[in-house]
Design a protein around this ligand. Sequence first.
Ligand code: PDD
Length: 287
Amino acid sequence: MSRIVYVNGRYVPYAKAAVHVEDRGFQFADAVYEVCQVRDGHLVDEARHMTRLTRSLSELKIPAPMSAAALAHVMRETIRRNRVRNGLVYLQVTRGEGPREFVFPSQDVPRTVVCIARAVAPAPQHTTAGEGIAIKTMPDIRWRRSDIKTVMLLPACLAKEAAHGDGAREAWLIDDNGYVTEGASSNAWIVSREGTVITRQIAPAILAGVTRATLIDLLREEKVPYQERPFRIAEALEAREAFITSATNTVMPVVSIDGQPIGDGRPGPLTQRLRSKFDQFAAISGA
Ligand code: PDD
């Protein structure tokens, strides 16, 4: 089956899908995006993703190209046309196209909207979760507005590339004070010796992960103690468990940081429990 991409109001074949060479997303990374998990053909956590997208647009003063409901419809339609059962859907909105000028164009310039859906086989993901992943630490060289989900992802690419070179799946970014901000494309978590789940508080330094917010709801429901505060790598190395969260990974166990094992070097029991709780939530959300 041929893949279909949504571009500015049309559903076009993947090979023909294109935006203008002077699109501001291409020239300035003047664009925001969302990545949502698709489970059994439906969007997981749709409302939270749409709320975050609306906020990202408004923080950058990009006029919304259409209502959040219409954008969600585009995502669902792209999933449907590509017959994606399990995978992800990517939505990007740029400030539009025009001669290269730093100053914003008129508000009437139509925004560019692109939506791509991709099937991802669940089995390899389960295997990875069973083994856990390695983390490499890298300095956080991003700008000071990491709370906005922009496509300005070069620091994340550099960090992930370095991690990959060292056999690690994800990088944890370290701020100037030695604290972990978050993963290159995920939120970072540890479980203390006492069993308290710890993740950095929401602030401009990190992205307010949708998976993070839903997991905090689940922690409350499960009466698992948690704290939202920064932690350093020294504390993470003493932790009982560690994990990351993102729409593409859900809850993914971390078993080593910079080559040093976390806990007994295997996925932790609480992490595994939270992963299956999240799975149950994802299976019913939007169904
Ligand atoms: N990344 N922090 C960063 C820097 C991220 O890029 C992401 C998501 C997250 C987790 O957010 P959420 O739980 O809403 O996915 C945290 C996506 C998956 C990506 O860029 O592919």
